[in-house]
Design a binder for this molecule. Structure first.
Ligand SMILES: Nc1ncnc2c1ncn2[C@@H]1O[C@H](COP(=O)(O)OP(=O)(O)OP(=O)(O)O)[C@@H](O)[C@H]1O
Ligand SMILES: [Mg+2]
Length: 338
């Protein structure tokens, strides 16, 4: 993996808004007073991202993800701290920076509403001064991974959400930016389109070594695309590590559900109960569920112990899912065993 392409140092963003009072009297009062409220959306965030990395930037609603992305793409200026992307401070060198980055905001399109999609790309080609050869090669590649030809002649306003998102992604990448910011790129998409978008992101990262920062509430996006995850909460960075490390730190618990071939007799029940202690047992309708830490036992050991006692018809293994881990982190629990 290459050099750092993004560096954030103690970045802070405050929004100052006029204070609102309730009711009509309040509205009148608001006209004459200049009281303001300060909201810290991003609070002292630092991180570095290397060229070619795909990083998941996650956090609950209002955590400050979009605000960070807007600073990294030059739309907003930090209140304090610095943000450097490919050697530039985006909000200072907005024009130069625009050539280095591509942005997709899942919530709204960057495309021109009234233009047929094909013409949109021709206009972008001129704006970004993409050579005819590059244009043709890239469009062929995007069509290949995103199936754009189906709606290339349609006006943007008539595209479905999934079509529009595919179109937006190609538009953000036409000038082959070094950095791609994706702010909820799979929001509201069906599973097939989600898959196609993920596949396209993966291929673009591999083909062009594009650095990708992805915010999403769908953790499958992260699981399928990112090696690293940064979690923020109330504007502060609370976790930054590889996905594997996250799973090691938080995801060691495992549960196995056993279904009996026939209900265990008294002796067997007694023996099973003796398993309690190192494991936690829960009675099921026709079986038991055993919860344990993989740090202490392997799945094979647990299965062997139970099968040595009773006859088993079916076994279901459930490892801690990323969703469970993240939920736990959002909730700020100190307990590391889920
Ligand atoms: N232009 C603005 N003026 C005032 N407050 C703002 C502005 N933009 C964002 N905020 C506030 O900053 C906080 C962070 O917002 P942000 O959009 O970055 O969150 P987010 O992590 O992207 O959330 P979501 O998952 O809901 O998209 C929120 O409390 C939001 O209300
Ligand atoms: Mg957001």
């Amino acid at each position: 993996m290459g050099e750092n392409i993004i560096e954030l140092n103690h970045v802070r963003k405050e929004f100052v808004t006029a204070k609102h009072y309730p009711g009509f009297k309040g509205a009148v009062k608001g006209l004459f007073t200049k009281e303001t409220v300060t909201k810290t959306a991003v609070d002292d965030i630092s991180f570095a991202i290397r060229e070619g990395e795909m990083v998941g930037y996650i956090g609950s609603n209002g955590a400050g993800k979009s605000t960070t992305i807007k600073m990294m793409s030059g739309i907003l200026t930090p209140t304090s701290g610095t943000c450097v992307v490919n050697g530039l401070e985006p909000y200072i060198d907005r024009k130069k920076n625009a050539k280095n980055i591509g942005v997709v905001f899942g919530q709204r399109t960057q495309l021109w509403w009234d233009l047929p999609l094909g013409e949109t790309y021709t206009v972008l080609k001129e704006i970004y001064e993409v050579s005819r050869r590059d244009f043709e090669e890239r469009m062929a590649f995007f069509d290949d991974v995103l199936n754009l030809h189906e709606f290339m002649h349609s006006t943007v306003r008539t595209l479905s959400l999934g079509q529009r998102m595919r179109a937006d992604l190609a538009a953000a990448l036409l000038h082959n930016p070094k950095v791609l910011y994706l702010d909820e790129p799979t929001i509201g998409l069906d599973v097939v389109v989600k898959d196609r978008i993920r596949q396209a992101i993966r291929e673009i990262n591999q083909k062009y070594n594009t650095t990708v920062i992805l915010t999403t509430h769908d953790l499958n996006d992260i699981e399928e695309l990112c090696q690293r995850i940064i979690i923020i909460d109330a504007g502060k960075k609370i976790y930054d590590s590889t996905l594997n490390q996250l799973k090691q730190d938080y995801g060691n618990s495992c549960s196995i559900a056993f279904e009996w071939k026939q209900s265990p007799d008294a002796l067997q029940t007694d023996m099973l109960q003796q398993l309690d202690g190192p494991f936690t047992l829960h009675r099921l309708e026709n079986g038991i569920q055993i919860c344990f830490s993989k740090k202490e036992y392997s799945v094979a050991e647990v299965i062997a112990s139970v099968m040595g006692i009773a006859e088993v018809k079916d076994v279901q293994i459930k490892e801690t899912e990323l969703t469970d881990i993240v939920k736990k982190i959002y909730q700020g629990s100190e307990d590391r065993t889920i």
